[in-house]
Design a protein around this ligand. Structure first.
Ligand code: OFO
Length: 169
């Protein structure tokens, strides 16, 4: 059984995971408008990944005897100054999510909720990957600038495909 404080914090994090997905879908529309279809596909994949993060947590809270209560999701930003600006914005967002996950794991530790602490380790590792993925795109964008390299990078990013892991994964 989850404590009320863990239940509340997990509900808040489920909202953030859905917000992340919503924000990345907003970024996909921005890239479609720019004609950077590969970047848009990459962001659509990121949207799916975030929804998976939210659903995985939803399932855990439910199985652990807690109640998920859907929270209001803020309107995401619609426009950015450039592809680089958008990707840097994403990386900062992921840094913030990492901090939230770490705070959540610390709360579980403080409450001696070992099951939730173990469950959250998946997210701790996932955030390392998330920050690395966004950081990699930011670095590549800085290298290629606005020239022809941008279209090569667009093609590379368009190859991304999200394979939804098994429900218990
Ligand atoms: Fe982007 O990792 Fe979830 O939010």
């Amino acid at each position: 059984m989850l404590s009320k404080s863990i239940e509340k914090a997990m509900n808040e994090q489920i909202k953030w995971e859905f917000f992340s997905g919503y924000m990345y879908l907003s970024m996909a529309t921005y890239f479609h408008e720019l004609g950077l279809t590969g970047f848009a596909i990459w962001m659509e994949n990121q949207y799916e990944e975030e929804v998976f993060h939210a659903l995985k947590m939803y399932k855990y809270v439910t199985e652990a005897g807690g109640r998920v209560k859907m929270q209001a999701i803020d309107q995401p930003q619609h426009d950015w100054k450039s592809a680089l600006d958008c990707m840097e914005y994403s990386l900062k967002h992921e840094n913030m999510v990492t901090k939230r996950i770490n705070d959540l794991a610390s709360l579980a530790q403080d409450e001696r909720d070992h099951a939730t602490f173990i469950f959250l380790q998946w997210y701790v590792s996932e955030q390392v990957e998330e920050e690395a993925n966004f950081g990699d795109v930011v670095n590549k964008l800085k290298l290629v600038g606005d020239g022809g390299g941008l279209f090569m990078l667009d093609r590379e990013l368009g190859a991304r495909t999200f394979v939804r892991p098994a429900p218990g994964a």
